[in-house]
Design a protein around this ligand. Structure first.
Ligand code: HEC
Length: 127
């Protein structure tokens, strides 16, 4: 009986874990972005700060913004950013891309999902 109760607790615990995809909220992501990312990243094409601009980042080639200061690690990564790659990078940038100079991570999975939902709304402007 005790054993069954313990199993039930484990199962209930598992099903109540927050699911990153259902917690996506671009508006919350924009607020998080302003406080945690905007000091180093503009969302306007052509405006690089300490980090590259992030207009059109979803689907963009990694390390590819003209005039941005990239580490060799990111410049030579050779992949493009999709939601999953961004989630992995933001969870722990230096673990995802060894040698990257970006060291600001977002440990909370819900916050990451919100930020990625916001990043998906950023379109690259023609210029
Ligand atoms: C202290 C400055 C700083 C902060 C804060 C910062 N970044 Fe960065 N970010 C950088 C730098 C510098 C790079 C380039 C890293 C490299 O070349 O290794 C970068 C690279 C990136 C890239 C890859 C861009 C590309 O063109 O491949 C993404 C995506 C990114 N940052 C997202 C974020 C997000 C989202 C946040 C907020 C949670 C954030 N960054 C916070 C400095 C920062």
């Amino acid at each position: 009986m005790k054993f069954a109760a313990a199993v039930l607790c484990v199962m209930v615990g598992t099903t109540t874990l927050p699911s990153p995809s259902s917690a996506q909220d671009a508006a919350a992501g924009e607020r998080l972005f302003r406080s945690r990312c905007a000091a180093c990243h503009s969302v306007q094409s052509g405006q690089n700060r300490v980090g590259p601009h992030l207009a059109g980042i979803v689907g963009r080639q990694a390390g590819a913004v003209e005039g941005a200061r990239y580490s060799p690690a990111l410049r030579n990564l050779g992949t493009s950013w999709d939601s999953e790659a961004l989630d992995r990078f933001l969870a722990n940038p230096r673990a995802a891309v060894q040698g990257t100079t970006m060291n600001v991570g977002v440990p909370n999975a819900g916050d990451r999902a919100d930020i990625v939902a916001y990043l998906r709304t950023l379109q690259a402007l023609q210029n």
